[in-house]
Design a protein around this ligand. Structure first.
Ligand SMILES: C[S@@+](CC[C@H](N)C(=O)[O-])C[C@H]1O[C@@H](n2cnc3c(N)ncnc32)[C@H](O)[C@@H]1O
Length: 581
């Protein structure tokens, strides 16, 4: 993320004052307290260098959950892994993530494993560019408050239950759990939305950007789409916050040219944080947007997709200056995987006209970061047919009913779409302009900042039931990645009736043969109760392009044969019961 452009005020959170702080502690005592807390949290072992110790320490106030009774397995794994330098396998990441999702009290948490942080840390240190620093500066330590068990810095006000940062942070986390839903958007990956029945007042602080603290060097800005360039210093150092590998729900806040939140460094309970504050009231169902700033899109050579919404742009005066018309066409309403890939237009300046294989995010290898080509377990799988990390039937919600797609048919449709050169472009264009026309005529597209999803009767009432909650979230948090309960909630603005996606795709994109062929099945593993196969795709020799697929994605005879061959060679590996002998 970018430097934020919208905030000029530097408001300080003013908690109620209270004079009853903890008993005075000497430096020796505080050091002992700190060490006890670190030990309790499982972050310390005897081999840890002072530098690593400081690094781990620096993570604590940033939200790294530290209750070993809740996360024994995580701590076991991280401490084991701490001893080795090998990265975790995807399977292990999934296991741990599932575990965390199941047992953490904050289900929107995006956990990052200490091992990965540790690796990144080593790389950061070695590249000498963007070194991790303690958020309190190099000479500061954090201490646990004896009263509220939170962390505070010694040169700030004395910690007590009211002025320390942790209660505020915890309240905010609770608030987010209750108010924020992470859902798939049609064209920007995941986004953060207000849950039904929940809204925000102007000027409310709604979240704090968590991530790794890294030094900001104007010439060597870390190449992550999740780096928030802070306009702030720790001591003399400017620094950034990188939520690429570690963060909370705020890492899902997308950009909009007309944002409804601003982000600025604030001092809360003596701690500098990057806080998101509402610029205006945000109503239920609306997506939360911040302005990343022009430089973000320039840097990543991306095009801001706000201009895909013509009416919004008219309203905002963003229309093409030469023609006074929107530069691109309306976004068709399609389920998530197809939306990104449908070749809509051959206009050269249309973001959707870029080849579908173009990665959405810039792919510049950086030794200090996870390979951008590697599937991010917290994002949908790469744009490759069949390469979804989710399995089982998908649903889309039309007014009042659910339509079901089989993953195989989705894969096929997706394959067809990706073969741009063979697609009937004319049909595709006429579909797009048809949708656009219909939407424009009916004025169904609202200002994008106020869109997201509509609050009609199918979605508006707050609910506690799992099923409805999953509807709202767009996916099952409890089953992220490997259970078949996922469905895509199509984008809806103004509650318009959705086109029949199957029909549209049939008309616009005749399904071709699969264009990604399975070259070899490399491995299998049990993810939850489902067997997944690691697929090496023909023409994609590098490990980072291989993906884990459930058996139902192997719909061609050749692909199924590859699975059988794998099992013949690896009889002891987990096997899907549908694989014939
Ligand atoms: C900080 S992340 C936001 C969360 C992201 N959507 C996800 O699923 O993880 C920033 C990325 O979201 C996408 N994005 C957000 N807003 C966008 C916009 N207005 N236009 C194009 N891409 C956008 C881009 O891929 C960008 O690199």
């Amino acid at each position: 993320m970018p430097r934020n452009n919208n905030s000029d005020d530097d408001e300080v959170y003013q908690p109620p004052t209270n004079t009853s702080g903890p008993a005075d502690t000497s430096p020796r005592q505080t050091r002992a307290i700190r060490e006890a807390a670190m030990l309790r949290a499982g972050f310390v072992n005897n081999n840890m260098s002072e530098e690593d110790y400081q690094f781990m320490l620096s993570l604590m106030p940033l939200g790294f959950h530290s209750d070993p009774t809740k996360f024994p397995k995580l701590f076991q794994i991280t401490s084991q892994d701490y001893q080795s330098t090998s990265p975790l396998e995807d399977r292990e990441v999934y296991e741990i993530r599932d575990y965390l999702v199941k047992y953490t009290d904050f289900d929107l948490r995006v956990p990052t494993l200490a091992t990965r942080i540790r690796r990144a840390n080593a790389d950061y240190l070695s590249d000498g560019i963007s070194r991790l620093m303690s958020p309190f500066g190099e000479h500061y330590y954090a201490f646990t408050c004896l009263v509220c068990h939170s962390w505070y810095r010694p040169d700030s006000e004395e910690c007590n239950q009211y002025t320390c940062y942790a209660p505020f942070r915890d309240q905010l986390a609770e608030w987010a759990k209750d108010h924020i839903a992470i859902r798939m958007t049609p064209d920007r990956g995941y986004g953060a939305f207000m849950k039904p029945g929940r809204d925000v007042e102007q000027d409310e602080i709604i979240g704090i950007y968590y991530g790794m603290i890294c030094k900001h060097d104007s010439e060597h800005v870390p190449n992550s789409a999740y780096v928030y360039e802070m306009d702030d210093h720790i001591g003399e150092y400017p620094y950034n916050i990188d939520a690429g590998m570690y963060g909370n729900w705020t890492r899902f806040i997308n950009h909009h040219c007309r944002p409804n939140v601003a982000c600025s460094p604030e001092t809360i309970g003596g701690i500098r944080v990057l806080a998101f504050k509402a610029l205006r009231p945000i109503e239920e169902g609306h997506e939360i947007y911040v302005n990343y700033g022009r430089s973000y899109f320039d840097k990543f050579k991306m095009q801001c997709r706000c201009n895909l919404y013509p009416i919004a742009h008219k309203a905002e005066g963003h229309a093409d200056t030469a023609t006074n018309k929107p530069r691109t066409r309306a976004l068709p309403v399609l389920p998530l995987d197809q939306k990104r890939e449908l070749p809509l237009d051959s206009d050269s300046d249309s973001p959707l006209s870029s080849p579908p294989s173009t990665p959405e995010r810039p792919v510049t290898p950086d030794p200090g970061r996870p390979d951008p080509g590697r599937p991010d377990p917290f994002r949908p799988s790469p744009l490759r047919p069949g390469a979804t990390s989710r399995s089982g039937p998908r649903h889309r919600r039309t007014r009042g009913k659910l339509a079901t797609y089989s993953p195989a048919s989705l894969s096929k449709v997706s394959s067809g779409i990706r073969k741009r050169q063979r697609i009937d472009r004319q049909a595709s264009r006429s579909y797009v302009s048809g949708v656009q026309e219909a939407l424009e005529q009916q004025e169904l597209i609202e200002i994008v900042g106020d869109a997201g999803y509509s609050s009609d009767s199918t979605l508006s009432s707050p609910t506690d039931t799992d099923e409805e909650m999953e509807d709202i979230l767009g996916y099952s948090l409890g089953n992220l990645g490997n259970k078949p309960k996922v469905h895509a909630e199509p984008y809806r603005a103004g509650g318009q009736a959705l086109p029949d996606v199957d029909q549209v795709l049939r008309e616009a994109a005749p399904v071709e043969a699969e264009d990604y062929q399975v070259e070899k099945v490399m491995d299998s593993t049990l993810m939850g109760d489902e067997v997944k196969y690691l697929v090496k795709w023909e023409g994609w020799p590098q490990r980072r392009h291989w993906t884990w697929e459930p058996f139902e994605h192997f719909y061609s005879d050749g692909a199924k044969a590859a699975v059988r061959t794998f099992h013949a060679q690896q009889p002891r590996k987990p096997k899907d019961s549908r694989v014939e002998a």
